[in-house]
Design a protein. Structure first.
Length: 351
């Protein structure tokens, strides 16, 4: 069996993992970043919108940008539409992921693709790299391994409230600079969306109660058909993707020498489903605190990472989790409670 050692092992090369790996490597510690995929960022499981202000956190080429977005249109259960400012960018998420991974490599991190973490055994991670077993000894492990986190299971911290999402790539009849979200009583506990990418769009939905994969596919077909009847989209679907969205209140994400970040840590917003910004910013935090803990030989310093992310996002995460519970418990009255449950309304932020 092959053996490897490092100061910081990062599991998962999405935005959270690559940012953590890059920051830790820049601090001068030995970093190994592993990802189970052959091609980082593929397949894409993301609606591919980011807020414009995130650019200040991204020190990489801008070739991942597809188009600007100016507003968000919210279509409510009573058929009203509310348009609010929503400056942001539609991106090619795979190109962003690859750019962030390259940043980590340029900073000194070693990257292994086609490598799957399997078990945590006596301070070591047992992995398989291109069918060869590897035992990795690391001072600190950063779990950035997605909604169904294996690293989270090692410390008893997993996402217990996951929302399935499915998305189609379609052609638009007319370009737009607005993202669109649709609330419909048929989409329990979530919403549908149309996010533009030039002359195409990502059209999808995330719903809480769906029973079977066939049901969520039928719901997407229903939404796509409505958009066709409105002459918003045309032609055939050119591709599909699907994934899971964490939607829960903050939880403990640090134990011993293991910390979680990004979707693995439940950093995704429980109402909107947004997660790229939190992944990048918390990834930077995780890498910084991991490197400091290595240099000072004090795992207790990892608690400062947990405190920092809670200081920044804890309150908004807690409010969103409460609003989600309200929404799900009163779904039949969605038209009456929507202003308490959707982020564009001032009522959302009031107790």
């Amino acid at each position: 069996m092959k053996e490897e050692s490092c100061n910081v092992l990062v599991i998962g090369a999405g935005p959270a993992g690559s940012c953590a790996a890059g920051i830790a490597a820049l601090a001068g510690v030995k970093v190994l970043l592993i990802d189970r995929k052959k091609e980082i960022g593929e397949p894409v499981r993301c609606a591919e919108f980011i807020p414009r202000q995130l650019l200040s956190e991204l020190d990489c080429k801008r070739d991942f940008i597809v188009q600007p977005v100016k507003t968000m249109k919210s279509f409510l259960p009573d058929n009203k539409m509310i348009e609010t400012p929503g400056p942001g960018l539609m991106i090619n998420r795979n190109i962003l992921d690859q750019a962030l991974a390259q940043n980590a490599k340029d900073a000194g991190a070693v990257i292994w693709t086609e490598t799957r973490a399997l078990e945590y055994d006596n301070g070591c991670v047992m992995a398989v790299k291109e069918r060869e077993q590897v035992r990795i000894k690391a001072d600190i492990i950063i779990g950035a391994d997605g909604p169904h986190t294996r690293a989270g299971r090692w410390i008893g911290s997993i996402n217990r409230n996951l929302i399935p999402a499915v998305q189609a790539r379609v052609h638009l009849t007319e370009a737009t600079e607005s993202t669109e979200v649709y609330f419909d009583k048929n989409f329990f506990g979530g919403y549908a969306w149309l996010f533009p990418k030039g002359d195409t769009a990502n059209v999808g939905l995330g719903i809480k109660r769906w029973g079977s994969p066939d049901n969520i596919r039928r719901s997407l077909c229903y939404f796509l058909q409505n958009l066709k009847e409105q002459n918003r989209i045309t032609g055939e679907v050119t591709g599909y993707n699907a994934g899971w969205i964490p939607a829960e209140a903050p939880r403990k994400i640090v134990k011993g020498n293991i910390i979680l970040v990004g979707d693995a840590a439940g950093h995704t917003h429980p109402i909107t489903g947004a997660g790229v910004s939190q992944a990048v910013i918390c990834g930077h935090m995780a890498g910084e605190h991991a490197a400091e803990a290595v240099k000072k030989g004090d795992l207790g310093l990892l608690k400062e990472y947990e405190e920092e992310w809670i200081d920044l996002y804890g309150e908004s995460q807690q409010i969103a989790a409460q609003r989600r519970q309200l929404m799900e418990n009163n779904w039949n009255d969605l038209d009456k409670i929507i202003k308490k449950c959707w982020v564009v309304f001032k009522e959302y932020y009031k107790n």
